[in-house]
Ligand binder design. Structure first.
Ligand code: ZN
Length: 152
C-alpha cells in the first residue's frame, strides 16, 4: 500500500513498533496528527518530544502511544476512528467525507463519482490533508480499496 501523501524521505523514516496494549504492529505518525486529533484534555498531556505511533487493531482501545508507552484512547480522539468503529457514518476517507455508507451506495449503484476515482482526482490536485484529517495520519486510499473489495 502506498502512502500517496508522504514523500519518499518520510517513507524511509517509517518505523513499526508494537502496541503496548495489543502488540499490533503500529506505524509512526507525525506529531501534527496528534495535535489535530486529540481532545484538549488529552492534548495538554502530550509529550511532544517523543515519537508517536498509531494502533490500527479493531478491538484495541489504544489509538496512539508514544516511545514511553503513554497511550491515547478512542475516547481521547475528536473523531470516530475508522479502524475501530463499525458505524456506517464513520468516514474512511476523512478529507472528502466518504463514509462506509456512502461508498457502499455509490459502488453498488454504480453512481458517479466513483469513490476511488474521486479521491485520486483530489490527491492529484494536492487537496488531501490526511495528516491532519485522518486519525491514521496517512492516505486513506488503501483502506477505501480494501473496503470496496470486501463489498464485492
Ligand atoms: Zn493496540
Amino acid at each position: 500500500m502506498s502512502d500517496c501523501c508522504n514523500n519518499t524521505k518520510e517513507i524511509k523514516n517509517e518505523t513499526v513498533v508494537k502496541c503496548p496494549s495489543c502488540t499490533n504492529k503500529s506505524k509512526n505518525v507525525k506529531l501534527i496528527t496528534l495535535k489535530s486529533m486529540l481532545k484538549p484534555s488529552a492534548l495538554e498531556t502530550l509529550n511532544a518530544k517523543e515519537n508517536h505511533y498509531f494502533c490500527s487493531a479493531k478491538d484495541c482501545d489504544v489509538v496512539y502511544f508514544d516511545s514511553n508507552n503513554k497511550v491515547y484512547l478512542v475516547s481521547n480522539i475528536k473523531v470516530a476512528v475508522h479502524q475501530k468503529d463499525d458505524s456506517p457514518i464513520t468516514p474512511i476517507c476523512y478529507c472528502f467525507d466518504w463514509t462506509k455508507e456512502k461508498i457502499k451506495e455509490y459502488v453498488e449503484k454504480g453512481l458517479t463519482p466513483n469513490p476511488v476515482e474521486h479521491i485520486r482526482e483530489n490527491i492529484k490536485e494536492n487537496r488531501c490533508g490526511c495528516e491532519v484529517n485522518n486519525p491514521q495520519g496517512s492516505c486513506c486510499l488503501g483502506n477505501v480499496t480494501k473496503f470496496i473489495n470486501q463489498l464485492t
